[in-house]
Design a protein around this ligand. Structure first.
Ligand SMILES: [Zn+2]
Length: 71
């Protein structure tokens, strides 16, 4: 069974370059863990920045909250 994929969209605060990833829940857990902010590195200017998960992927953020049972 194919697992559901989540669209994570971010944009660099320095150059505005956007990045989109489609990851499964397992891949998100592995890469970012169950955290409110994700660490990204811009592929254009190499700047590291963090983005609130609720902005990058509201769907995943909502599922995390459901799992934690706080909303
Ligand atoms: Zn950049």
């Amino acid at each position: 069974m194919a697992s559901k994929r989540y669209r994570i969209a971010t944009s660099c605060p320095q150059c505005g370059c956007s990045a989109v990833s489609n990851l499964s829940a397992e891949e998100i857990q592995e890469r970012y863990g169950d955290v409110p902010n994700i660490e990204m590195e811009c592929h254009a200017c190499m700047r590291k920045y963090s983005t609130p998960m609720k902005d990058a992927c509201p769907e995943w953020d909502a599922e995390c909250r459901l799992r934690r049972g706080d909303g």
